[in-house]
Design a protein around this ligand. Structure first.
Ligand SMILES: Nc1ccn([C@@H]2O[C@H](COP(=O)(O)OP(=O)(O)OP(=O)(O)O)[C@@H](O)[C@H]2O)c(=O)n1
Ligand SMILES: C[C@](O)(CO)[C@H](O)COP(=O)(O)O
Length: 223
């Protein structure tokens, strides 16, 4: 059986909104519902685990009632770091389970079902897969003294989610002690010494982080 862990346990500080950003409506519907719908559309059989701060779970249930949102999911408590939130979600996947588990940001509602499929199928064959896309701006490295120099952008990729792994591998990876460089789930798996395959992401799969991203999200839905 396959799983997706949708992490929405963060503080949304860069958004600065009164309502946590994952609940903000885009074209009338909370972002988090749009994200969950994408995975249900990919596969109605997929087991969905949603990670939310305990203090927001009651509000989420109210929103689900208001919006008649009925896609089945389990809920895990958010942690102080993304690593801890992912780990709390993974704890709800039985140790005996075979298959693939994906980790996806609750605030990436525009992932395509093709990209989800590519990540899951690549992880089934190669144990670990993440979606990436090429950098389109010039990139500049800034040194400790405030100086800088351009770097070769073709050496870099922008990383998205879902990040998909063999369940056994993910369980082993998240047994490690937390390290500061764990900014995504692939970095946790790589710290075991494993290779992570890259697949093409979709450019619209933005992480809604700041108020500007809400404008982009509205525009994407109105095109
Ligand atoms: N302790 C944390 C931190 C982040 N996340 C989740 O990881 C995703 C990507 O993180 P980001 O967009 O940076 O969200 P926040 O950490 O909430 O934002 P900020 O850094 O602005 O506070 C989000 O869906 C966020 O809810 C999480 O589940 N638990
Ligand atoms: C996981 C992620 O979305 C991949 O781009 C990203 O690393 C999360 O970053 P943040 O540190 O939570 O902003």
């Amino acid at each position: 059986m396959d799983y997706v862990i949708i992490v929405a346990g963060g503080k949304g500080l860069r958004m600065g909104s009164e309502i946590p950003k994952q609940f903000l409506p885009v074209a009338g519907k909370p972002i988090l519902m749009r994200t969950i719908e994408r995975f249900h559309e990919y596969s109605p059989e997929l087991n969905i685990i949603l990670v939310l701060p305990e203090s927001q779970q009651e509000y989420w249930h109210q929103l689900c009632q208001e919006h008649h949102f009925s896609i089945k999911h389990q809920i895990a408590n958010g942690g102080d770091t993304r690593f801890q939130s992912s780990k709390n979600g993974l704890a709800l996947v039985p140790d005996t389970e075979d298959g693939v588990v994906g980790f996806h940001d609750g605030v990436r509602p525009f992932v395509s079902t093709e990209v989800i499929d590519e990540c899951y199928e690549t992880a089934r064959e190669e144990y670990a897969a993440i979606p990436v896309y090429a950098v389109t701006d010039t990139l500049r490295y800034i040194d400790q003294h405030g100086g800088g120099k351009n770097v070769l952008r073709s050496d870099y990729r922008v990383v998205q989610t879902p990040q998909a792994f063999d369940i056994g591998l993910a369980k082993q990876a998240f047994n490690q002690e937390y390290k500061e460089q764990f900014t995504d789930d692939a970095s946790v798996v790589e710290s075991l010494g494993c290779q992570v395959a890259m697949v093409d992401g979709n450019r619209e799969n933005i992480k809604i982080t700041t108020p500007f991203d809400i404008k982009i999200a509205e525009a994407l839905l109105n095109q």
